[in-house]
Design a protein around this ligand. Structure first.
Ligand code: CA
Length: 232
């Protein structure tokens, strides 16, 4: 079955161009032009990727992305913005997108980036494994390996790194992380996450020659440091 991509774009020319490129690249592609139709279509069609324009009629891309995450939908989300100066703000917001691309873009680049996101997320997830650089998490065996060596983690630390590896480009607020690891009997306040992240970080750094694979985003929370993890 081919990979489904939902393109949400209100400029028909751009939407058509993207659709053609995705279809040509072997994807199944659909187009929506309004933000307020996305959540329902995602529920019904279950795309693996949503390419989401920021400025849309009905509901803007940020709201749509938050809505998808709030309803527990797990497609990868690639945000598209016309303003380069928006990107920092977008990354700083807790909207849960997996990647960003700026207009004007080449459709070829968008498809290439989409492939990269899906490669990270999909084939490994199917096997119950998440891998980013030297970090490899096996959901079935419930172990994290760093450069091939098993690392002992508490259930909360495991939940934290699992969450981050599942969406390596995302920045997570403490509340979002808390939500994700709540299944592990954790009843603390949001700030308590900091202590667990600190311990996780220490353990990872020891195995990564002092390199820190977790980045702190001031005023927002935590995410993976893709650059550190690429240096392997
Ligand atoms: Ca638009």
């Amino acid at each position: 079955m081919s990979t489904r991509v939902l393109i949400v774009e209100d400029e028909p020319k751009i939407a058509g161009l993207l659709r053609d490129y995705f279809v040509h690249a072997g994807f199944e592609a659909e187009v929506l032009s309004r933000g307020d139709e996305v959540a329902e279509r995602v529920q019904g069609w279950r795309p693996q990727l949503v390419v989401l324009d920021l400025q849309l009629p009905g509901k803007d891309g940020i709201e749509v992305c938050r809505e998808l995450r709030a309803q527990g939908s797990e497609p990868a989300v690639m945000m598209v913005t016309a303003r380069v100066d928006e990107v920092d703000r977008l990354i700083g917001l807790e909207i849960g997108a997996d990647d960003y691309v700026c207009k004007p873009f080449s459709p070829r680049e968008v498809v290439a980036r989409a492939r990269a996101i899906l490669r990270r997320l999909q084939p490994n997830q199917a096997r119950g494994c998440l891998q980013v650089g030297p970090l490899e998490l096996d959901r079935v065996a419930h172990v994290l390996r760093v450069a091939g060596q098993t690392l002992a983690l508490t259930p909360i630390e495991f939940g934290l790194i699992e969450t981050m590896l599942a969406h390596p480009q995302r920045v997570w607020s403490r509340g979002q992380l808390l939500e994700r690891v709540r299944g592990t009997d954790f009843a603390g306040y949001e700030r308590n996450i900091d202590g667990h992240v600190k311990n996780l970080r220490r353990k990872l750094r020891e195995r990564l020659d002092g390199r820190d694979p977790i980045r702190s985003v001031y005023g927002v929370g935590y995410g993976l440091d893709a650059e550190v993890l690429a240096v392997e």
